[in-house]
Ligand binder design. Structure first.
Ligand SMILES: Nc1ncnc2c1ncn2[C@@H]1O[C@H](COP(=O)(O)OP(=O)(O)OP(=O)(O)O)[C@@H](O)[C@H]1O
Length: 212
């Protein structure tokens, strides 16, 4: 689903992350690593938010983030660890913006709003949301459209156990029914079965490696 070619991300002169050549088959990957190891740097680079040297390709279609940035970004969705959205917009307005940008099928968001029980606040300004409500909105936005890959940075932060179980079903359904690949990151230990995971990756010593 993803191929790194001579990937290097530097902050100034600091080489934060280097991945010479790595291919990830379609799957659900859990990215581990201690604080400051480079998990967010990795996900933001794949999402096209951070500039880097080298290239990243969507494997099956050979779409390059550098050569076809617009097509690539429609196919790769990202939810930030600590999302920040304009406080004066409502959740519904944010959803409409993302749905338009991602060419989402009409009404696609409805099933997610209902299952995550967001009906009571989705029409209110985001400035009134708790951190958990905000996190759920950002997770929902990452599921809009028909991405080939969904990147979720620290999806466990601030959401309660019931919401985590629902997120689990969203991930399973998209993976099993549409073949969407996932990269999920956390510095926390993942409890068995709390999220479906096919392989684990570790960010350590400024690079990315398989650990299972
Ligand atoms: N904008 C920046 N400028 C300079 N250095 C940065 C910047 N962003 C991150 N870094 C450095 O890059 C390294 C990786 O940071 P990153 O945020 O990717 O880690 P992380 O694994 O996501 O951490 P955490 O688990 O604490 O969220 C750290 O050493 C950090 O200090």
């Amino acid at each position: 689903m993803l191929q790194f070619i001579n990937f290097t991300k530097r902050y100034g002169t600091y080489p934060a992350l280097k991945i010479d050549d790595l291919s990830l088959e379609t799957g659900i990957y859990w990215i581990k690593g201690v604080n400051g190891s480079g998990k967010s740097t990795l996900l933001k680079s794949i999402a096209g938010i951070l500039a880097f040297d080298g290239d990243i390709l969507l494997d099956d279609s050979n779409i390059s983030i550098k050569k076809q940035p617009v097509v690539y970004r429609k196919l790769v969705n990202f939810a930030e660890a600590e999302p920040i959205f304009p406080e004066f917009l409502t959740g519904t307005e944010m959803i409409a913006l993302f749905a338009d940008a991602k060419d989402a099928p009409a009404g696609q968001e409805q099933q997610y709003i209902k299952s995550m029980q967001m009906q009571s606040y989705v029409d209110k300004p985001i400035g009134t949301y708790s951190s958990g409500m905000l996190k759920k909105l950002s997770l929902l936005l990452a599921f809009l459209g028909q991405p080939k890959i969904i990147l979720l940075d620290e999806p466990l932060i601030t959401i309660d156990a019931a919401s985590l179980a629902i997120l689990n079903t969203w991930i399973r359904e998209r993976y099993e029914q549409e073949g969407t690949g996932f990269l999920l990151s956390s510095h926390q230990v993942l409890e068995d079965g709390s999220l479906p995971v096919s392989r684990e990756l570790l960010v350590e010593d400024q690079t990315l490696k398989f650990i299972s």
